[in-house]
Design a protein around this ligand. Sequence first.
Ligand SMILES: *[C@@H]1O[C@H](CO)[C@@H](O)[C@H](O)[C@H]1NC(C)=O
Ligand SMILES: *[C@@H]1O[C@H](CO)[C@@H](O)[C@H](O)[C@H]1NC(C)=O
Ligand SMILES: *[C@@H]1O[C@H](CO)[C@@H](O)[C@H](O)[C@H]1NC(C)=O
Ligand SMILES: *[C@@H]1O[C@H](CO)[C@@H](O)[C@H](O)[C@H]1NC(C)=O
Ligand SMILES: *[C@@H]1O[C@H](CO)[C@@H](O)[C@H](O)[C@H]1NC(C)=O
Ligand SMILES: *[C@@H]1O[C@H](CO)[C@@H](O)[C@H](O)[C@H]1NC(C)=O
Ligand SMILES: *[C@@H]1O[C@H](CO)[C@@H](O)[C@H](O)[C@H]1NC(C)=O
Ligand SMILES: *[C@@H]1O[C@H](CO)[C@@H](O)[C@H](O)[C@H]1NC(C)=O
Ligand SMILES: *[C@@H]1O[C@H](CO)[C@@H](O)[C@H](O)[C@H]1NC(C)=O
Ligand SMILES: *[C@@H]1O[C@H](CO)[C@@H](O)[C@H](O)[C@H]1NC(C)=O
Length: 878
Amino acid sequence: MVLPWLSILMSLLALAVSVHCQPGFLSIDCGIAGGDNYTDDNTTIFYTSDTKFIDTGTNKEIATTYMTQTLPRQYQNLRIFPDGTRNCYTLTPVIKSNRYLLRASFMYGNYDGLDQPPQFDAYVGVNRWEINLPSNSSSHMWNEIITVASLDYISVCLVNTGNGTPFISALELRPLKNLAYLAANESQSLRLLYRNHFRQTASGPTIRYPDDAYDRIWTVWVRDGWTPINNSSPVDLWSDDYYYRLPLPVINTAVIPSDPNNNLTFYFSMNGDPKLQYHVYMHFAELQQLKRNQSREFNIIVNGNLFYGPLSPKYLYRNTIFSSSPLSGTKLHSVVISKTKSSTLPPIFNAEEIFVLEPLFRIPTDSRDVDAIMNIKVVYQIKRNWMGDPCVPSSYSWEGLNCSYPDSKPPTIISLNLSSSGLAGVLAPSLANLTSILSLDVSNNSLTGPVPEFLAELPSLKVLFDNNANVSGPYDINHCEAGSCKKRRRKIVVPILASSISALVMLIIMGFVLWKFTQRRRQRGAVVRDKAGGSIHKTQYKRNGSLHSENQRFTYTEVVNMTNNFESPIGNGGFGTVYHGQMREGTQVAVKMLSVQSVKLLSHPRQGSNEFQNEAQLLMRVHHKNVVPFIGYCQEGDNMALIYEYMALGNLGSHLSGTNSNSKALNWGQRLCIAVDVALGLEYLHNGCRPPIIHRDMKTTNILLNERLEAKIGDFGMSKVFLQDDEFTHISTAVKGTAGYLDPEYFGTNNLTHRSDVYSFGVVLLELITGQPAIIRNTDYEKRTLVDWACPIIAGGDIQSVADPSLEGDYDINSFWKVAEIVLACTSPRSIERPTMTEVVAELKDCLGTVTAAERTRSWKIDQVEKTSSISFQPSPR
Ligand SMILES: *[C@@H]1O[C@H](CO)[C@@H](O)[C@H](O)[C@H]1NC(C)=O
Ligand SMILES: *[C@@H]1O[C@H](CO)[C@@H](O)[C@H](O)[C@H]1NC(C)=O
Ligand SMILES: *[C@@H]1O[C@H](CO)[C@@H](O)[C@H](O)[C@H]1NC(C)=O
Ligand SMILES: *[C@@H]1O[C@H](CO)[C@@H](O)[C@H](O)[C@H]1NC(C)=O
Ligand SMILES: *[C@@H]1O[C@H](CO)[C@@H](O)[C@H](O)[C@H]1NC(C)=O
Ligand SMILES: *[C@@H]1O[C@H](CO)[C@@H](O)[C@H](O)[C@H]1NC(C)=O
Ligand SMILES: *[C@@H]1O[C@H](CO)[C@@H](O)[C@H](O)[C@H]1NC(C)=O
Ligand SMILES: *[C@@H]1O[C@H](CO)[C@@H](O)[C@H](O)[C@H]1NC(C)=O
Ligand SMILES: *[C@@H]1O[C@H](CO)[C@@H](O)[C@H](O)[C@H]1NC(C)=O
Ligand SMILES: *[C@@H]1O[C@H](CO)[C@@H](O)[C@H](O)[C@H]1NC(C)=O
């Protein structure tokens, strides 16, 4: 009884917190008094002053003439930067690698009485941010960019270009869900050009937070020939947890062409520059409940080519259409939304966003150097204009340091001049982290204490102290005078060199001993195994000249012995029957005998008789904790077998369907851990293997659980052997992937890609949520895919009604939602809209944080096995 109360209390607390401060929002009103803060009446956003984020600049107020009733409060004050070329805000805390919406707002408001709005440059990190500034005293402007944080802070710099004093009114930072606006990544940002929605009149309140959970600002677009319509039903089925999180007032209105036979056509361009690249996001939802004889279906044509279609948005179901590659190569881009021939209703269009892609071609300074120099700045409280990146852009590098700029590598700091900087105390240890530094001048300070050894460890450092410095150290540098350190340095270098040489000799000796040792162990290991399994081919090493010690080929007799003449079948895989077996030294194995039909396919002359062996060799090289360990294979005439480590708890499918005798229902924490395991395994196959491996038959019955309930992926790789040759794919439908898991794009392209695995993985996640199989029967005994049934319900926000009843409602709603969100992304019908496994892993790991320790504990499983399993488990020697 304690836990439910606790969780209710926790969620109440979470609610209370999120009401007062928007989660992860950084809302800075620049130029208000230090320590001030307020909640904006209209948006309920909580703003703070900027003093925590910058040391320089002066606060100003706009002229009273411009302080109108309708002017948002953030524009009333501004901070100006009369000193220094570059002044930077350091926005923190941010989560490294997270995607953020960053907005900077400007109002000059004739604060200086000159009525001359200045022009200046802005940078995000080290890359230029093209901003629009007000051209007169009365106007204000905001600029927005979607960017990925490359560090644990984001710096925003204003640069004086000689056209007036830079200023700023507000800075806002909003974290986005990881699966939204994927085009923004570490190497490119998205600068907002337009964000429009539609309504009956142009006037009315601005749509942003709290309607928009990401605090995007939506501008109304009114066009002749386009008729706005609104949702005819007041029902709100939208959940705000889907990753584009379109606000209800945005998606609840749309336009249709005033003449139902017309298209919805619009153009966009930025300065007519054909070199610019764009990303377009179009949002759709059906707002009318269609009658039986009505239909709405349309194509989206961009620059004369079909971009997407036909699209038939479902009733109150959000659809976001975007391309994975940017649009470019023309001065003016055209978008035509055109109804198909069979459609009885005109096209509908709810909202759009157009971004300019900004490649981030400048590489920031080596982050280790940045950390070190930031630390030095703090330790010595250095009062210089040290802001933003130390080395980049080179024209704004920090005063008193020089950098080296190697090609396509991060710049590093090579010299530092801290002379006459009022330094006191000892030399900061973080100096040691400036590993590329060649010259350090700390003369004319009041440093005390010993010269730390780390200074001597820096490879080719020239240090300048002065006579007055009261420093002493192991290397007698205190007698060293400015400019005369070179001679002394040799003294430092010699012992280091001497010790490096002896270290090198030691290393070589140790390496030799180790090599000898492993050689011996290898031989001994082989002999032991030979006795135990009777199956080792010692000659294998010699033949291949390689050290693939795991490379085991077994004879058929050995396979017969291992399985006790195929006594205990434990399953039926895609290509044949699987038997339980045991090697003589005790390792339990699963032996997959390929069926006669499969073998026939393999032995077809075009397929090449070595194909099986090649593939088996490939499997040997696959090692990952979430992939079923491959032990060896057998190939003797028509007898072909694959031998894997035995997984004590069987396959995931049997646990979810309740057919596994070992099983009681998996709890939510266990399901999450399994999901992460599988995602990691699949990510490894996609990205960790060369060549990458596409599983092609990802499903719950191919996910195996060991006695600790750790999930491992099985049955991959071989599918390639069978699937590669088009001539044979028609023979057996069984090997073409499994119904319910199959990428819908496969039917169009006949091609399975890693994105198809992502789709199938999404189905696996959906099974974990719902406990239902991938193909379900409805009340009319009609077959349907789980995706078709569950995804619209989830997208409609009603997640409880699809949750697996055997969870008995006991799950963390946040992680449950997040997984549901990932399911929607992975099972997106268009493969380009699906995330990569790397992105999925990142998202899922986030969820794990929400699992309670109690949920994660799996110990009961082991008891369960020991009590009920007929096979007594012996720990594997691996
Ligand atoms: C907001 O201002 C009040 C009064 O100055 C202060 O007590 C409070 O700590 C501030 N809150 C934040 C989050 O800065
Ligand atoms: C705040 O909202 C009210 C009512 O919608 C509107 O009249 C007023 O102009 C808004 N104020 C600002 C500063 O946006
Ligand atoms: C000020 O500039 C804005 C856009 O830059 C423009 O829309 C507005 O008409 C201008 N106002 C005056 C008074 O010139
Ligand atoms: C960012 O996305 C582009 C386009 O998809 C891709 O070419 C690039 O490699 C990505 N960069 C990173 C760091 O992922
Ligand atoms: C559309 O919205 C307007 C203003 O909110 C409302 O007066 C009108 O009745 C709505 N129309 C429909 C069809 O719901
Ligand atoms: C609408 O667009 C389609 C495709 O571009 C075109 O074939 C058709 O003529 C257009 N219809 C009208 C009325 O402009
Ligand atoms: C659809 O059915 C309604 C009657 O239910 C009828 O009035 C209307 O004309 C039909 N529309 C079409 C396009 O067939
Ligand atoms: C940086 O380089 C310039 C030009 O070579 C030189 O004058 C200056 O002393 C160097 N600064 C430091 C800190 O070494
Ligand atoms: C460091 O700066 C001081 C004065 O700014 C200058 O005299 C000195 O030569 C510089 N040191 C080096 C190594 O450039
Ligand atoms: C130097 O860098 C390492 C790792 O990059 C870090 O752990 C350590 O704290 C740094 N040392 C100092 C003194 O900053």
